[in-house]
Design a protein around this ligand. Sequence first.
Ligand SMILES: Cc1cc2nc3c(=O)[nH]c(=O)nc-3n(C[C@H](O)[C@H](O)[C@H](O)COP(=O)(O)O)c2cc1C
Length: 265
Amino acid sequence: MFMLIEIDAERCIGCGRCVADCVGSNLLVEDGTARVKGRCILCGHCVAVCPTAAVSIPGYDMADVEPSAPAGETIDAADLLRAIKSRRSVRSFKPEPVGRQELEFVLQAGRYTATAKNAQGCRFVVVQDGLAELKRLVWDGIEELLALPADEKPRWVKLYKPFLRDACAGRQDFLFRNAPAVVYVAAERADDAGLAAQNIELMAAAQGLGVLFNGYLCRASEELPAVRAFLGADERPLQMCLLLGCPAVSYPRTAPRMPGDFVVK
Ligand SMILES: Cc1cc2nc3c(=O)[nH]c(=O)nc-3n(C[C@H](O)[C@H](O)[C@H](O)COP(=O)(O)O)c2cc1C
């Protein structure tokens, strides 16, 4: 998508802050006004850093831009560390669905996460109303593969035999648990998807929700064409999968960890 950066010459004071902050050296100040040299990754730093709001990228929704939270004043560091320590993988959920407002915040947290080269190439797929259909496609797909002769059976699917058995018996299953919603992140790059998923988890926690990063469900969904089609997946791989809902377990204390493997020079 080709987009332009626009400088409002009436507002620009020629301070050069956008020039200094541009990662691609794509701006200069000429005759007291900032000018754009050419194409760039459209990271929006020029919009964000301008003291007079003279820069815009009309291809984006500029109404979405708001005053930033003052640096160092967004979240108290000790509170944030406590929240990170208190976050737990959730493997048991209450039946109530995730509300629209909570989902919106969760998705926006993923959307605003940094991406390499500002690709903004993550697709976020939420399955809540369609969960029964997703489950059917996943279990049917797994069952079909498990029924293949040994030499045709993909190696990965063998691990899923006990999961299918539990699901068929109506027991708590290892893939979906009893979560009311599933969120997938599809992206070319695993790091882009992983970072977005982490912000999603933190946003979920901030709203009293919880997630389980689910590597097994992610793998099965990626391997089964009918599931990929149901999820509206294109050529981008499903990199992350999160069960999402209101935790049915509470943890009165944090979990211990190994000493940090830190190198500080
Ligand atoms: C990428 C990733 C995939 C995971 N996949 C699964 C999974 O398939 N099933 C599961 O029960 N837990 C899964 N987990 C959760 C980890 O087991 C869990 O994070 C770890 O045991 C530490 O527990 P905590 O998250 O409560 O601190 C996964 C975690 C990550 C980061």
